[in-house]
Design a protein around this ligand. Structure first.
Ligand code: FAD
Length: 396
């Protein structure tokens, strides 16, 4: 892995900035929630697609931009800095790569084109009550009935199920074999009769999570990706992509910029926050960690591109370090707010009706801090990631 900056990246950054500068005001300068509202995600996807950047993370043979890892990092960073809406991560980082690798040409044509035009948002139906870390123990059953499967069971923690068009679902098609061998991967239209979505409100006072129930839901067998029983292999491929992206480097950088703003604007007695030595010391430590994560992101992505086995444990290490830093930076925000940090002001993206004159810096920061408690749980808990590092790297 070569960490020497590529001079051509500068020209690419200028190209991205010019594109972002030309966007309409509604698509820029937005306070970023974890995922923007569905209408904005769709709209942003349409704009990117029209620019030829509809699949910024995929290879050209899959209709992507074919950008290198450093280019992708520049693109993400500039979008976060410009405050564009978010993309549908489930499409771009999870189900899209699965379809590119495992789906038939007919399935790819059916699902990828509309998604890249912003017409189809996705959610992930893996976890169940009692089956999270031990995912292979899941019980939602899909029984073959002619050219359909009949799905019965329950998923939980289904992020954005209430505003998604399709779900990718891991189901049990054979209960008589070893648990991993009995799983299959289905795509299901969320409008199919028999699906019920119930909200779970989380500690950040936002509705992104749901319980999703399947009651005799008929799914065409042609919506199965790969062979029957191949679900675990597909899931392992998908989850490895998930580990590397859960560090969320652009979000980390955005949090860091926010601390800079607070450092210059928050008074502490007669000083600015930035002038306090203990503040400066903590900030320097966080900066060192941020730089280490940035290098680790590049290293993991380069190893993944080479299909190198070290990508697996390094991806797990990145997940642990990246999510811990998300938590520390957002906690630091709230501390830096001083007295304002004691109040969880509404997130501007989520509740624009509430006006809090003079306290703009405080809005949404506590929500982010609370939400980030979950970063070390979703995408595979950090304890499980540590287990992977112990096994693969330390051979424990
Ligand atoms: C905000 C949020 C969004 C999510 N979004 C989705 C989604 O969209 N789709 C979806 O399918 N799921 C989603 N999840 C679910 C997530 O994947 C699971 O919560 C996660 O895999 C953990 O499973 P669990 O909650 O059942 O906990 P458990 O697996 O029951 O774990 C409980 C505790 O035991 C520990 N533990 C378990 N096994 C081990 C082990 N082998 N070694 C050491 N410690 C262990 C865990 O680390 C944890 O501390 C989301 C979760 C959250 C919090």
């Amino acid at each position: 892995m070569d960490f020497v900056p590529d001079p051509r990246l500068g020209a690419f950054r200028v190209e991205v900035r010019q594109f972002l500068d030309g966007l309409s005001a509604e698509l820029r300068g937005r306070p970023r929630a974890t995922r923007s509202a569905p209408a904005e995600v769709r709209r942003w996807q349409r704009v990117l697609h029209a620019r030829g950047w509809g699949a910024p993370y995929w290879a050209t043979e899959h209709g992507g931009t074919g950008w290198s890892v450093p280019q992708i990092l520049v693109f993400d960073e500039e979008c976060a800095a410009a405050g564009t809406p978010t993309v549908d991560g489930f499409l771009h980082k999870l189900v899209g790569p699965v379809l590119n690798r495992f789906a038939t040409p007919a399935q790819q044509a059916e699902h990828l084109a509309p998604a890249l035009r912003g017409e189809r948002l996705w959610c992930q139906g893996f976890s169940e009550p009692g089956s999270g870390s031990d995912l292979a123990s899941l019980r939602t059953a899909a029984q073959r009935d002619g050219d359909h499967y009949v799905v019965n069971g329950q998923k939980i923690w289904t992020s954005y199920a209430h505003e998604s068009d399709w779900i990718f679902l891991l189901v049990r098609t054979d209960a008589s074999v070893k648990k991993q061998a009995g799983l299959s991967f289905l795509l299901v239209d969320m409008k199919t009769p028999g699906i019920t979505v119930r909200p779970i409100r989380s500690i950040d006072d936002f509705h992104h999570l749901n319980e999703t129930f399947f009651d005799h839901v008929r799914v065409p067998a042609m919506q199965r990706i790969g062979d029957e029983g191949q679900g675990w292999e597909i899931t392992k491929f998908l989850l490895n992509n998930e580990h590397a992206s859960t560090a969320e480097l652009p979000a980390l950088k955005r949090y860091r910029r926010c601390i800079d703003e607070l450092a210059d604007t928050q008074p502490v007695g007669r000083q600015r926050l930035r002038d306090r030595p203990e503040f400066a010391l903590r900030l320097a430590r966080l900066d060192a960690e941020l730089q280490a994560i940035e290098m680790l992101v590049q290293r993991v992505a380069a190893l993944e591109a080479d299909h190198h086995p070290d990508a697996l444990w390094l991806g797990s290490m990145l997940k642990v370090r990246g999510t811990e830093l998300q938590q520390r930076l957002t906690e630091f925000h709230v501390e830096a707010l001083g007295d304002y940090g004691a109040v969880a002001y509404p997130h501007p993206e989520l509740d624009s009706a509430v006006a809090l004159p003079g306290q703009d810096a405080a809005r949404g920061l506590a929500n982010d801090m609370f939400f980030r408690r979950a970063s070390s749980i979703y995408g595979g808990t950090n304890e499980v990631q540590r287990g992977i590092v112990a096994k693969l790297l330390l051979q424990l």
